[in-house]
Design a protein around this ligand. Structure first.
Ligand code: ZN
Length: 143
């Protein structure tokens, strides 16, 4: 887990998340090693990405659950171009279906993008992708 202070904007290499009152719980979770998924306090619908109100019942009373970080690749793409530094092509971005029943978009790490498959079991790994920026990425649990 990172304790690195945020670098000045001009020194950042990647797009950084826009943290606001609707998603602050998510990024606060990342800072303490938790993948927090929004859960409606009224109807218990899981919601990701975070939003002000529940898509199930319209409630403005969000809570969250801490994900196990276990999931499977629901879908994915492999980026080859255009080049967008600091990303190193090719890389794979996947929709991961979490064990809790909701999905999250993330990067699959640890294997060549050509080996990513739908249905592949994956597990959460917090990665400091640049100083001060930690993201929830996923690594296959089987080879
Ligand atoms: Zn609801």
């Amino acid at each position: 887990m990172t304790t690195t202070a945020k670098p000045p904007v001009e020194e950042r290499k990647r797009p950084w998340p826009a943290v606001n009152e609707d998603n602050r719980f998510f990024w606060d979770g990342i800072a303490v090693g938790e993948l927090r998924i929004q859960k409606c306090n009224e109807c218990e619908t899981l919601i990701h990405p975070p939003r002000p109100h529940c898509a199930g019942c319209g409630s403005f009373d969000p809570g969250y659950v801490v994900s196990s970080g276990i999931g499977t690749v629901y879908s994915y793409v492999v980026f080859h171009a255009p080049l967008a530094p600091p990303f190193v092509e090719p890389y794979s971005i996947a929709v991961v279906e979490l064990a809790e029943g909701t999905r999250i978009v993330s990067q699959i790490i640890g294997i060549p993008p050509s080996e990513v498959r739908v249905g592949m079991p994956v597990a959460l790994e917090f990665v400091e992708v640049e100083p001060g920026l930690t993201l929830p990425l996923f690594r296959p649990t089987e080879s």
